[in-house]
Design a protein around this ligand. Structure first.
Ligand code: AMP
Ligand code: GLY
Length: 421
């Protein structure tokens, strides 16, 4: 099968890497891809949000299956557009992707179906939201309704901070129309985990879980990022079979049914951001795709054929498949450009990517130099170094033994990913 992957992050490199192991893949293309995907697939210079050009390309190249990595084209309806033209594609429809693209929609669904989550109120008037925060307990969580690349959430320790967040969203429109509505939400305390399942409309596959580090600095300090590292599975003290069964019964299956009732059959990977609170797991957010960097640490644990799983998901035939995950641990550490998540220069030469032992690099913000001889930085999160081990400690040791072999100017990474497990 001729397969096209849409996206250019380390998540898409990991998907490409896993799909190269599927005997059913005859040719792999990535749009737009990065220097890492260029080594194992053919990059196509079309941006991930350019749906019209992707569709024309898929038709003219006779692509048989398209796999969408990031949320923006899903929220923009890439799946509906491809399906309208009779093309097979992996990912949820625009209506189903609202589970991520509208936090107000997701909250309404959860509240209506008794799915455990933080209590929240949704506002489209600044005045009403301001009046509401006067009565909320602190801290207060203020969220823009729409997609904001992970930046639309503020945890306010004071009412003044909450009021500032409201102004930024609703008056200054820092997130554009994504901030037309805001949610003012109860603060949840606990251990945060990311949970993933393939969903084919109504059937929910076996679950895999990971932990993500969102803050830029060691010890979880500094601003939020797209994710600085990850490991899978979570420690057995926080994630076990009973909890998995509870998450399936109380969250995954009900939300899939709730979506069916909205005429939004969910097909793709469903990602739950969960807070493990003193009163049980509660949903922090839903995402309509794999996580990044979680994909880089979960896909290496997948024993089953990813193409088969994705095809069965897209065709609504998942219930017959047994999806197996390895017990071994995987740790992934992101190497970033100095300055990230703020502004940073790009175009620095990267050395050492091919010198690693027992570790895999998934590239993100990288590109080939014009002469094709060197790999250059081209983004904030440049790459993820991952390793597998019998224990988290072993996997972590392998990552950190290798990571300093990769060099570029002003690079940095967190040193505490997977520590203390
Ligand atoms: P979201 O984009 O909704 O995932 O929010 C980004 C991050 O903010 C989450 O991964 C959490 O770490 C944090 N967060 C969001 N909502 C809450 C909440 N209600 N209580 C505590 N932390 C939260
Ligand atoms: N790792 C967080 C995300 O993919 O949204």
């Amino acid at each position: 099968m001729k397969v096209l992957i849409v996206g250019n992050g380390a998540r898409e490199h990991a998907i490409a890497w896993k799909l190269t192991q599927s005997p059913g893949v005859s040719e792999l293309l990535v749009a737009p891809g990065n220097a890492g995907t260029a080594q194992i697939a053919r990059n196509v210079p079309i941006g991930a949000t350019n749906i019209g050009s992707l569709l024309d390309f898929a038709k003219s190249e006779s692509i048989e299956f398209t796999v969408v990595g990031p949320e923006v084209p899903l929220a923009d309806g890439i799946v509906d557009r491809f399906q309208d033209e009779g093309l097979l594609i992996f990912g949820p429809s625009k209506a189903a992707a609202r589970i991520e693209s509208s936090k107000a929609f997701a909250k309404r669904l959860m509240t209506a179906h008794n799915i455990p989550t933080a209590k929240a109120e949704t506002f489209s008037s600044m005045k009403d939201a301001q009046a509401h925060i006067e009565q909320c307990e602190l801290p207060i969580v203020v969220k823009a309704d729409g997609l904001a690349a992970g930046k639309g959430v503020l945890i306010a320790r004071t009412r003044e901070e909450a009021a500032d967040a409201l102004r930024r969203c609703m008056e200054q429109r820092a997130f554009g129309s994504a901030g037309d509505q805001v949610l003012v939400e109860e603060y949840l305390q606990g251990h945060e985990i990311s949970v993933f399942a393939f969903v084919d409309g109504d059937y929910v596959s076996s679950i895999v879980a990971a932990c993500d580090y969102k803050r830029v600095g060691d010890g979880d300090v500094g601003p939020n990022t797209g994710g600085m590292g990850s490991y899978s599975p979570p420690a057995s003290s926080v994630w076990n079979r009973d909890l998995e069964a509870q998450v399936r019964r109380d969250i995954l299956e009900p939300v899939v049914k709730a979506l069916i009732a909205e005429d939004a059959y969910y097909r793709g990977v469903l990602y739950l951001g969960l807070m493990l609170t003193g009163t049980g797991p509660r949903v922090v957010e839903f995402n309509c795709r794999m996580g990044d960097p979680e994909a880089q640490v979960t896909l290496p644990r997948l024993k089953s054929d990813l193409l088969e799983i994705m095809l069965a998901t897209a065709k609504g035939k998942l219930s017959g498949l047994d999806i197996q995950w390895e017990q071994r641990a995987v740790v992934g550490v992101v190497v970033a450009s100095g300055g990230y998540p703020g502004s940073y220069p790009t175009g620095y030469e990267i050395s050492g990517i091919d010198d690693l032992d027992d570790a895999i690099v998934f590239q993100a913000g990288t590109r080939q130099s014009d002469d094709g001889l060197t790999t250059l930085t081209d983004g904030g999160r440049v790459l993820t170094v991952t390793a597998t081990g019998e224990s988290h400690q072993e996997a972590r040791r392998r990552v950190y033994e290798n990571i300093d072999k990769i060099r570029f100017r002003d690079s940095f990474y967190r040193r505490d990913i997977g520590a203390g497990l």
